[in-house]
Structure formats: structure tokens, C-alpha cells
Design a protein around this ligand. Structure first.
Ligand SMILES: *Cc1c(COP(=O)(O)O)cnc(C)c1O
Length: 363
């Protein structure tokens, strides 16, 4: 087998090697039970333990209050764009969205099919290079919820604050930053995240929701799978979940717990991102389009040379050196280094060394 590369993809992204080795060791015969997790009944004692341990470890590392349900669903972040308004826009039917990038635009566009959507703020005019400052007065008092995208995977921005929405439940898409930093769950009504960036393999979406917010959707006229209450009442086992994905995610939660929790994870993430941003800011060749430093993402570091051809050359040469997927999103070009939890610090150091050599050769 050739050597492993450093994968800077925005998702699916790297997973911890020790977890994959352990999963490989247990692939045919999980913990001596004579079968693979891929073959196991989702109603078996073995899988019940995998699911319950995963949830317990997640609750511990994220400090999830008892009045919040944890759901392991399918359909990605994308299905949450529909499930959120279907389940929560059931009072006034109004939903206020803050637009900070492609994903929040998609979320709002989907919500428009089911709710009266107002764009409360947007940074689109400046190509989403900053996070708007919003507060209570920006939202309709009778809105059923406010929706934000905490980390903007494509534009490399991140909220440095939690908007005050008063009594209106705040819904947050944390697909690309969950488990990377400590958050106060009680500030949110609902948190969702696709797994393939910081949780595990693609195919599970995690939803953490305050229990009083669910069970209000008209489930007689809606697809049953889309009702959070059904999944909450059945401990994510209403139908067959992505058992293997939940198993690997559970291993990730356990690893974070054993390494000292999310605070330690965050310390490493800050160290990785600071090294890279400091180098970019000090360099002559590269520039980060997110000028407001407090809005910069720890997970997706976006940078450009200012010359599209040189950007392409950068991405191609990096690939030859075993650093792949450094191209920016196809909608904006440039470069993007996604340095999620599982990207080792050495990967970031190797990238910076390459950037230095490339700068010297191309200035
Ligand atoms: C990747 C991503 C999504 C889309 O997730 P899918 O699982 O592919 O549907 C949604 N929101 C954010 C912030 C993302 O980074």
C-alpha cells in the first residue's frame, strides 16, 4: 500500500487512523461476538450497547442537558434543511434566516417551501467574507425559529458569538464545526450536523433538539420519517439506522473523551489554525479573504494567491507531494485547507512547509 496522504477535503474528510485500525481489526468479528457491525441486527443487544454508549459519550463530551434529545438520522445536512421548518415552523409559520454562505442560502431556499421565510441579515454583498452582527431587534418577534450556519465551510467563516434571539429558538447548522469547540447547548433549540466532517463516515446526521420543540408537526399528512418525535420516541431506532456509521462515530466520541474532551480538541484546533493563518498573514504570496480575524474558521482555512492559474498550480503541486483536495470550492476557486479534528498537527506543518517552498519558487 502506498503511504497515506494528508486529505484537506471539506468532507468527507480524514478519520483518526487508530480508530480505523481498530475498526479493521473488529471488522469480521466485533468484540468476539462472531459477526461484523455491518451484519448485526439493529435490535440486537450488541448494537443497543453501541448506540447507547455512543449517545452517553456524546452527552458527556458535549455536556448535553437532559431536556435535549439526541437523534442519529440519515439524509445528511440537506434533509435537515427541510425537516427543521417542517417540524418547527408550526406556530406563526415564520422563520428568520441569517445568510452567511452557500449552505445557509440552501437552507433558506428549502424552508421557503414550508414556511414564511425572512432573511434577517446577509453578508452576500461582500462575497460572504464576514459574519453579520445581529441581535433581537433583527428578528420577527413571533418567528418560530431563527436559523444560522455556525461554520461556513465554503467561505471559511465562523460565528464568534451566539446571536441573542430572546425567546425564539435558535437553530444551528454545525455540520463543519461540531466537536471542534465547546458550546453551551442551552443557547440553542436545535443543533444539526452531517457526520462526514467531524463525526465519522458520511451517512448519519446528528440532531440535538430541546424536547419541548418537537411533536408539533402534523404527522398525519407528512412523511413519517421527517418527524423528529418519531425518532426521539424510538431512540433513533424507528427504522434501521446507519448502524456502522453510528459505531464509528461512537469510537470518535470515545476518543475525544479519552484525550481530555472537547476543550483539549479545541486547544489543538486553535494551535493548528493559528499556525496556518499566521503564516498566511505574514507571507507575500498568499492572502486570506476573511480579513476580520474573529470571523475566521478554525476548520476551513481559505486563501488565494490572487492569480487563478497560480492557484491551480499550487493545488496540482501539493497533490504530487501527498497533500490532496486543497482546491477551494468549485463556486469560488482559490485554495481551502480543511483541517478538521482528525487532521494531525504534522499535516498542517507539512502544508506550511510546502507553502513556503511554493512561495519561494513563484514570487
Ligand atoms: C457539508 C455541509 C452541508 C451538507 O451536508 P450533506 O450531508 O452533504 O447534506 C450542510 N451544511 C454545512 C455547513 C456543510 O458544511
Amino acid at each position: 500500500m502506498s503511504e497515506r496522504v494528508y486529505n484537506f477535503s471539506a468532507g468527507p474528510s480524514m478519520l483518526p487512523v487508530d480508530i480505523m485500525e481498530d475498526v479493521a481489526k473488529n471488522l469480521l468479528n466485533y468484540n468476539g461476538c462472531g459477526q461484523s457491525v455491518m451484519e448485526m441486527s439493529h435490535r440486537s443487544k450488541e448494537f443497543e450497547k453501541i448506540l447507547n454508549d455512543a449517545e452517553a459519550n456524546l452527552r458527556e463530551i458535549m455536556n448535553i442537558p437532559d431536556n435535549y434529545k439526541v437523534l442519529f438520522l440519515q439524509g445528511g445536512g440537506t434533509l435537515q434543511f427541510s425537516m427543521v421548518p417542517l417540524n418547527l415552523a408550526v406556530g406563526s409559520g415564520k422563520a428568520d434566516y441569517i445568510i452567511t454562505g452557500t449552505w445557509s442560502k440552501k437552507a433558506a431556499a428549502e424552508a421557503k417551501k414550508f414556511a414564511d421565510v425572512k432573511i434577517a441579515a446577509s453578508s452576500e454583498e461582500s462575497v460572504f467574507s464576514f459574519i453579520p452582527k445581529v441581535g433581537k431587534s433583527d428578528f420577527r418577534e413571533d418567528a418560530d425559529f431563527v436559523h444560522i450556519t455556525f461554520n461556513n465551510t465554503i467561505y471559511g467563516t465562523h460565528y464568534s458569538y451566539i446571536p441573542d434571539t430572546g425567546d425564539i429558538p435558535l437553530v444551528v447548522d454545525m455540520s463543519s464545526c461540531i466537536l471542534s469547540e465547546g458550546i453551551d447547548i442551552s443557547k440553542f433549540g436545535l443543533i444539526y450536523a452531517g457526520a462526514q466532517k467531524n463525526i465519522g463516515p458520511s451517512g448519519i446526521t446528528m440532531v440535538i433538539v430541546r424536547e419541548d420543540l418537537i411533536g408539533k408537526m402534523d404527522s398525519t399528512s407528512m412523511p413519517i420519517y421527517l418527524d423528529y418525535k418519531i425518532h426521539a420516541d424510538n431512540n433513533s431506532l424507528y427504522n434501521t439506522p446507519n448502524c456502522f456509521g453510528i459505531y464509528v462515530a461512537g469510537e470518535v466520541f470515545k476518543k475525544i473523551k479519552n484525550m481530555g474532551g472537547i476543550a483539549e480538541m479545541n486547544r489543538i484546533n486553535v494551535s493548528k489554525a493559528t499556525k496556518l493563518y499566521d503564516y498566511i498573514d505574514a507571507s507575500t504570496l498568499y492572502r486570506c479573504p476573511v480579513e476580520n480575524k474573529e470571523d475566521r474558521s478554525l476548520m476551513n482555512v481559505v486563501f488565494v494567491t490572487g492569480d487563478a492559474d497560480l492557484d491551480k498550480k499550487f493545488v496540482a503541486e501539493a497533490k504530487r507531494e501527498g497533500m490532496i483536495n486543497l482546491n477551494g470550492h468549485r463556486s469560488i476557486g482559490g485554495m481551502r485547507a480543511s483541517i478538521y479534528n482528525a487532521m494531525p498537527e504534522e499535516g498542517v506543518e507539512a502544508l506550511i512547509e510546502f507553502m513556503k517552498r511554493f512561495e519561494e519558487a513563484n514570487l
